[in-house]
Design a protein around this ligand. Structure first.
Ligand code: SIN
Length: 296
């Protein structure tokens, strides 16, 4: 990576009436303070919709959200779907608790991925709320896949345009950190329902975002298994190179969690990675996903 990169809204954010927004890096992400998500006006929500389209990842600090508040906020973006790979939170089918106990070795989400790309219609947004944070560590990194696509050389983009990739649960299930049959430990109760054991969906290598109209690279080391019509071993060198390109440091931002932080990200144009560096300390998050569309 030689050329300077910038996602333009990071350097020149819009003016917002209902909150203060501070971009995190030149690539993506913004922190927002001065708004309560539990008491949100329609006008403030319209500004949040603009902000997520511009910055791709928003971290709302200093919130105090009951489970129902998180679900109500998530519903403003669309249909909130139960996530089939984990037992939902008691009384709240739309929420999954991601629990890392002090003794856990593996974590949930510890590889670069976009959520549930094995689904025919992967979730558009994920909303993650921090209940308990370790004293240090447990951050989540994000990577801008518009930049990943637009910085590929012209001839590479021309060769990739129109290609499709298979995304398969055989590469991993809900926790992204272990593959089928592993006995590695994580406290999040992930299980695979019938019908999802060998779930495969085929999506374009570059997808066009339905809101912004921009193209984003849609390759992830968590779930992408092979190019359509090619074997996994034939596909692996190019797929790995694209996945590595998609997560170079200049495309990323990193969120440090505090209890009361809610982060929303757009799965259609970002990858994320949950850092597993807080052994000996618990981390508890609540997660909701908003239904998406078939990638095109
Ligand atoms: C996820 O991969 O959805 C969870 C990320 C995290 O816990 O930081």
């Amino acid at each position: 990576m030689q050329d300077a990169v910038l996602h333009p809204p990071q350097a020149a954010p819009a003016h917002y009436e209902h909150f203060r927004l501070a971009p995190l890096t030149g690539a993506l992400g913004a922190e927002i303070v001065g708004v309560s998500l539990a008491n949100l006006s329609d006008a403030a929500f319209r500004e949040i919709e603009r902000a997520i389209a511009d910055h791709l990842v928003l971290a709302f600090r200093d919130q105090s959200l009951e489970p129902v508040d998180q679900i109500t906020f998530a519903r403003r973006f669309g249909i909130v779907e139960p996530w089939p790979y984990a037992r939902p939170m008691d009384g709240y089918p739309e929420l999954t608790e991601l629990v890392s106990e002090a003794g856990d070795i593996n974590n949930f989400g510890g590889s670069w991925h976009t959520d549930s790309s094995t689904f025919a219609k992967p979730p558009a947004y994920t909303l993650l709320y921090c209940v308990t944070a370790p004293p240090v560590g447990g951050d989540t990194s994000f990577a801008n896949q518009y930049l990943a696509w637009s910085t590929l050389p012209d001839d590479v983009r021309a060769a990739l345009d129109g290609l499709r990739l298979e995304h398969s649960t055989a590469r991993g299930f809900g926790d992204h950190s272990r593959s089928r049959g592993s006995t590695a430990v994580t406290s999040t109760p992930v299980s695979v329902p019938p019908g999802h054991e060998d779930l495969v969906s085929i999506h374009p290598v570059a997808r066009t975002h339905p809101v912004t109209g921009h193209k984003a690279l849609y390759v992830n080391s968590g779930f992408s298994s092979n190019f359509e019509g090619r074997t996994e071993s034939e596909s692996r060198p190019l797929m790995n190179a694209l996945a590595a390109h998609g997560s170079i440091p200049e495309f990323t931002c990193r969120i440090r969690w505090q209890p009361g932080t809610l982060v929303i990200w757009d799965n259609r144009c970002t990858l994320h990675y949950a850092h597993n560096d807080y052994r000996g300390h618990p981390r508890i998050m609540r997660r909701a996903v908003v239904a998406g569309e078939r990638p095109v």
